[in-house]
Write a protein that binds this ligand. Structure first.
Ligand code: SIN
Length: 285
């Protein structure tokens, strides 16, 4: 694509060797023209998670940008904003001990059709800490030995929100400013391939995560755990990650089909306020 038709100042700068790039010269609150949208989409596919600084998004503008990529998710367990059920406010108050998203996961892998991507906007950030980590699940898969890759290619696993949103779940515990369902007894279970093929890039990615993957198909949890734990560690090795230091107004947009993420909880006594919109994806294959 010719640079001349992109906005002046449009630039994509990788932030790590594995994944992640910062994009300059785009105002996400505007209706992006086709060339700019295509360049943002290309960067999203190439870098798996993209970042923008100094954005000013109303809930409506946030949803409008997200809708360019697909229909929006209404989270089954976390109540959205009044008038904007697709916008989830992720808030940790100074008195809260637990954060939201503080474990490696791929958003809504517990659904039949898990999320394509998530767009997180920072409204208020703590003076230090509260970074988000991301891990490339392409590299998690590609750096396994060939024999294990071949075996995993034939396997599927069961995903459920039980450990996170069931009665004792970590995500469902009370937070001062978030309304999270915590009385779910029988969360549904869905089967997904252990290795999925990205529908747009054609690359294979590991698709198991510690928050929502319960066990392999036709195996007990006990029998699944040795290999699952190996894969959870493989999925989050330092060299396949990047780390984003938030600033007020920053936006992160990650591809849940090939990325896991982790919200660090290292800023007790300070407030952090984010808004997230999630884009529906298809059934993993
Ligand atoms: C999440 O979507 O899991 C939360 C990420 C964050 O707050 O950094």
């Amino acid at each position: 694509m010719a640079d001349s038709i992109l906005p002046k100042g449009f630039r994509v700068t990788p932030i790590a060797g594995a994944l992640g790039a910062e994009i300059e010269g785009v105002d996400l609150s505007t209706n992006l023209d086709a060339a700019t949208f295509e360049a943002v989409h290309r960067a999203f596919l190439d870098h798996q998670v993209i970042f923008f600084r100094d954005q000013n998004l109303t809930p409506e503008a946030h949803k409008n940008f997200a809708r360019r990529f697909g229909s929006l998710t209404i989270h089954p367990y976390v109540k959205g904003m009044d008038g904007h059920p697709e916008v989830v406010e992720i808030i940790k108050e100074p008195q809260d001990k637990m954060n939201f998203g503080g474990g490696w996961h791929s958003d809504t892998s517990f659904m039949e059709e898990p999320a394509l991507g998530s767009i997180l906007h920072a409204l208020e950030i703590p003076p230090y800490g509260g970074d988000t980590l991301f891990a490339s699940q392409y590299l998690a898969y590609e750096t396994l030995s060939e024999g294990l890759r071949d075996l995993l290619d034939t396997m599927s696993a069961l995903h459920t929100a039980k450990a996170e949103y069931g009665r004792q779940g970590h995500s469902a515990q009370k937070r001062s400013s978030m309304d999270i369902e915590n009385s779910v007894d029988d969360t549904p279970v869905f089967e997904h391939p252990v290795v999925r093929t990205h529908p747009e890039t054609g690359r294979k990615a590991l698709y198991v995560n510690g928050a929502f993957t319960e066990k392999f198909k036709n195996m007990s949890r006990k029998d699944s755990l040795p290999l699952l734990n190996h894969l959870f560690a493989q999925a989050t090795r330092e060299e396949i990650t990047c780390r984003f230091r938030w600033t007020k107004g920053a936006v992160a947009f990650w591809d849940n089909r090939c990325v896991q993420h982790f919200a660090l909880n290292d800023y007790h006594g300070h407030r952090r306020h984010m808004r997230r919109v999630t884009i529906n994806g298809g059934r993993p294959t």
